[in-house]
Design a protein around this ligand. Structure first.
Ligand code: SF4
Ligand code: SF4
Length: 297
């Protein structure tokens, strides 16, 4: 089994549209949306979930007003300023500030602080027109995205094993934070989608360094390369220096937006030079991921 992860150093590069197209082109795969803070692959692929579960992670403090004596110890000890006085001599916890450190629970003389597990989001497994898909959504402001990403990958691998599928194709989170780091674990090939701008190159370099740190050789896809050919050349020079293959340079093409409006992936649209380039890029990504997966065995 091989794992391919599509990432970008930041949002807005077209990563999810391209992952959707790869989902269409890949033959024998399970799809996995690891962008748990703002998932949108499901908008293109409309999974019908046959499994849906709560994601529970960590704990949060909740004060029982019937037991609280209003001594104020919890507010004094909370270094996150998560405890406030309610005005009637009692105290309550602001769930958005609570870091779940357990200090107020430990030091409350009246045992008035409860510490229930925290419901942070949902995850599920569904069936799309291109095969099974594992996906999730964290509630706004919730953390632990790295843990949720690991859980999704684990389930995607299980689905692949159960169904005898050879590829786990993941849409990663933008940026270089915790969810991306978790996404990289077990990945054979990272496909970095970038665009020809100065910030695009900067973000590409940051995420490529992250891949190198985890000994995953990145490959690069430059989207809308014709918007700034000179900057595209600079990106190509950087990739050549670092020995990263540029698997495709895709032009700016309104077909991408047209596909989105129809809730299709771009390769479901009539064939065009754009879709031809994308097909060649996918064929090369498959080859490279196969090589990387064999080399890591
Ligand atoms: S430490 Fe316990 S008893 Fe004191 S204010 Fe906080 S919750 Fe209430
Ligand atoms: S668990 Fe920690 S962060 Fe949360 S309210 Fe208590 S002391 Fe503050």
């Amino acid at each position: 089994m091989r794992e391919i992860l599509v990432i970008s150093g930041k949002g807005g590069t077209g990563k999810t549209s391209l992952t959707g197209a790869f989902a269409h082109l890949a033959t024998d795969k399970v799809l996995c949306d690891l962008d748990v803070d703002a998932p949108d692959l499901h908008i293109l692929l409309s999974p019908e979930d046959h499994k849906k579960e709560d994601f529970v992670s960590g704990n949060e403090a909740v004060i029982d007003p019937d037991l609280c004596t209003g001594c104020g110890t919890c507010a004094e000890m909370c270094r996150f300023d998560a405890v406030r006085e309610t005005g009637d001599g009692l105290y309550e916890v602001d769930p958005l500030r609570c870091e779940g450190c357990n200090v107020c629970v430990t030091f409350c003389p009246a045992q008035a602080v409860k510490f229930p597990a925290k419901h942070c989001g949902t995850w599920g497994i569904g069936e799309t027109r291109f095969g099974p898909m594992v996906h999730a959504r964290l509630f706004p402001g919730e953390e632990n995205s790295g843990r949720l990403v690991s859980l999704l990958k684990q389930h995607a691998r299980e689905v692949a094993k159960e169904k005898g599928l050879g590829t786990v194709l993941c849409d990663g989170a933008p940026g270089i934070g915790c969810p991306v780091i978790s996404s990289l674990s077990g990945t054979d090939l990272a496909v970095i989608v970038t665009e020809p701008t100065l910030s695009g190159q900067h973000d590409l370099e940051r995420v490529a360094d992250l891949c190198e740190h985890f000994r995953i050789r990145p490959t690069v896809l430059v989207n809308k390369f014709d918007l700034n050919p000179e900057q595209t050349e600079r990106i190509e020079a950087y990739c050549s220096e670092r020995n990263y293959e540029v698997v495709a340079k895709l032009p700016h093409d309104s077909i991408v937006v047209e596909a989105m409006v129809e809730r299709k992936v771009v390769t479901e649209m009539p064939d065009s030079p754009f879709t031809d380039t994308l097909r060649s890029a996918w064929a090369r990504i498959e080859e490279l991921s196969e090589q990387c997966a064999s080399a890591s065995k």
